[in-house]
Design a protein around this ligand. Sequence first.
Ligand code: UDP
Length: 235
Amino acid sequence: MEPKYKRIMLKLSGEALSGDKGYGIDFEVAKRISLEIKELVDMGVEVGAVVGGGNIWRGRSGEGMDRTTADYMGMLATCINALALQDSLESMGIMTRVQTAIEMKEVAEPYIRRRAMRHLEKGRVVIFAAGTGNPYFSTDTTAALRAAEIEADVILLAKKVDGVYNKDPHKYKDAVKYDNLNYIDVLEKGLQVMDSTATSLCMDNNIPILVFGLDNPGNIKKAITGEKIGTLISK
Ligand code: UDP
């Protein structure tokens, strides 16, 4: 089937990699996600990916710590996840590059936009690690920023729930899922999708965000072929 999007930015939270454990990396889960990414690559879709770090460390967990130091720890956590995802993808024969926003040349390439573009054109999955390289930001904002830079057609935001609801579907049985939303709705209603910095960046640069659940295998491919899943946030 023809993919609807040619180049995508996949945002995986750190928790997505930890599976049910809630902490660390579950390699079975990493393998499952990698298989789904492989399907996209095989279809000729160019894939950029940003992984969070919350399964290892969050800046705001550093109570009493200097915030910037705690945030740098969070950015390093995303590098650990990026290497795990790289390893998992490469074990399936998918070519990848990790590019980091904080230089660590012995481990991965530094982020260079033109190089990233070239890798994508060659069919390599580019994993953007170390967030934006700046404290006080998130990996959601990183996904929005890199998506704009690499001219991605869409951000695929993989979540534990299968879309955006008016209230927490785990707590409320009558929670209603939205099929479509615009950025202003997300900001005004304070919906838990992305932080407001990331949402605003997508709004200002007109990048659609497709929020979907990672728990159902095959969802990433469905999203790519334009099947109606999750919640689409656009203008
Ligand atoms: N982080 C940062 N700058 C960035 C990206 C991430 O400081 O550009 C830090 C921040 O401390 C964050 C942590 O890295 O808590 C992990 O990133 P993620 O977006 O996964 O955070 P979460 O949403 O899990 O708090």
